[in-house]
Design a binder for this molecule. Sequence first.
Ligand code: ADP
Length: 505
Amino acid sequence: MPEFVGAIDQGTTSTRFMIFDHRGGVVASHQLEHEQILPRAGWLEHDPLEIWRRTETVIEAALDKGRLCATDLAAVGITNQRETTVVWDPLSGKPFHNAIVWQDTRTDAIAAALERDGSGELIRQRAGLPPAAYFSGGKLQWLLENVEGLREAAESGRALFGTTDTWLLWNLTGGRAGGVHVTDPTNASRTMLMDLRTLDWDDELLGLFGVPRGMLPQIRPSSDPGQYGTTLSSGPFRGQVPLTGDLGDQQAASVGQLCFEAGQAKNTYGTGNFLLLNTGPEPVRSHHGLITTVAYQFGDSPAAYALEGSVAVTGSAIQWLRDQLGIIADASESEALARSVAGTEGLCFVPAFSGLLAPYWRPDARGAIVGLSRFHTRAHLARAALESICYQSRDVVAAMEQDSGTSLAVLKVDGGVTANDFAMQLQADILGIPVSRPVVAETTALGAAYAAGLATGFWAGVDELTANWQESRGWTPSCGEQERADGYRLWRKAVERTLNWIDLP
Ligand code: ADP
């Protein structure tokens, strides 16, 4: 009996392959970065062939490190950077263009036009999303309009669309020689092309973006006992392993954190922050600036939905202190520096470097440091930066509680910033609820492994996974109500100061 499950984590900056045991422990892993291609300001591309080569290498290297082979793996799952759009020729196996990455803003005008012509409401109603450059539909429209010959190819079945999960699954299962063309509802729910209720592509939405249905992948369960396909003996696994799990990265982290019940939430603190709240089997429409998305859909069970709040700049504000201001040499130094002062003494830092996402959605905002006096030092600024991460999370939590009508009992956290114990104490104080960090920090890859292993019976059910979740550390609120309220009032005033800064066309 195979003792392990593998997970491919195809992220924005790197790709890794991780191998987990039955208890969710990491047995081996390998990670490689790929190039960030910046053809002009606001554009960001990846080379899909480079991503495929990196994927092959990390699989081989992790198996070698663990002295394992394909027969040791019960199943493999995949998790991926969401929304990033790839279009390729199934006969040659070659991409028509570089992948357009989720952060790329070249399709701002497409999103704005949809809003202007009144299509925004249909997209919100059916796909759960506001029209935005962030999502795949506009990126695919841009490719169809700007890559010569692509539209004709798409209409004659000579072009396939996918996010990077789909691209890698196609390559892993044979590529030109019969690769499968599939995705899962979590990834499809980020395109603006899928009906959230039917979990199928919607002809009216396809019409808005001019997308031929034939180029879209089949939407299969995120955990699929029927398996998407098997890996090839000639491929990087050097053997046949069932491919049975597929989840977008933030949804995978939510599964890795075992958010299987309505009311459970996780917050991932990386470059930006992504908070997902499981809302159960019905999609909840947001009226407070969040988006509605599929949390997961396992086997023939109904889908679970989530409300999501994305914040653009959190951990990257700490990088900014390091790289642009040079007031710390390493992100971890922010902790001691911030601890060295008792408070920010009225200083607020709103890192709205590229506008504000959830819950404000204000592209006209820009960053501000307000409340400065002669007394302030870099220590106050470091503390204000950590507080900004926590206040932005509070803004999202507040919107979630208003939308869902429930209040959070505890916030499960993961990601790079959660290594900062002081920031997590601030988070508990600013939210007024406990914050809990698990032992296995690799929740994204773990979630993909869980989806894959549940499909093959490697794990009998979600109850069995509960034993794998252990807290490494928890924080409880230590400040008073008045202090919490005063701090938040100041934050909201500071956010006001950042608005209307850029004159949008
Ligand atoms: P991503 O997956 O988005 O690349 P990670 O989860 O690896 O992000 O987290 C990286 C981010 O965490 C960086 O932006 C970095 O500034 C921040 N970070 C890492 N360690 C600390 C720390 N000790 N305190 C504050 N921020 C940190």
